[in-house]
Design a protein around this ligand. Structure first.
Ligand code: CMP
Length: 140
């Protein structure tokens, strides 16, 4: 299987509720490596541009407001089949639909406050990693 990189975000609820350590240990326990990481407080411009594909959705305003409500942990995960592997570890967007043992089943409150984000395809992963990280300085 191919070695891939994917973007992971621990959202404001995950950071505020003290789940950074456990979420990272779930990723590392599954064989994913943290290739880059930073804790930041996004501006509305940054969150809006990151989620631009959802601009026409009814929840877009709420999503941007939520993603700027506190610090988020941005990470590049690297490993075999990392994009699908991360999606599996996260569980479904709606925590009510998430499988037992997934991060969202453990910690998410709702479709909006759903603790983590992960790129959903190779094209999204490439865009999302490049959106937040510079290959020249931050990927190790
Ligand atoms: P994420 O994986 O970050 O990608 C888009 C986000 O939009 C998603 O997780 C949710 O946080 C949010 N989202 C998707 N559907 C809804 C919804 N119906 N109501 C509120 N937020 C949503």
């Amino acid at each position: 299987m191919a070695i891939e990189q994917t973007l992971s975000i621990i959202k404001p609820d995950g950071v505020q509720n003290g789940h950074i350590g456990h979420v990272i240990s779930i990723f590392e326990g599954a064989g994913l490596r943290i290739a880059a990481a930073k804790l930041v407080h996004l501006t509305a411009g940054q969150a809006g541009a990151f989620y631009a594909e959802h601009k026409e959705r009814p929840f877009y305003g709420e999503l941007v407001e939520y993603m700027t409500s506190g610090a988020v942990m941005l990470m590049v995960l690297e490993g075999e089949d990392a994009i699908a592997q991360n999606r599996k570890l996260m569980g479904a967007t709606d925590p009510a639909q998430a499988d037992e043992g997934t991060i969202r089943k453990l910690y998410a409150e709702s479709k909006g406050k759903n603790t983590v984000h992960g790129s959903d395809s190779p094209a999204s992963a490439a865009r999302e990693v490049a959106f937040f990280f510079s290959a020249a300085f931050e990927l190790v």
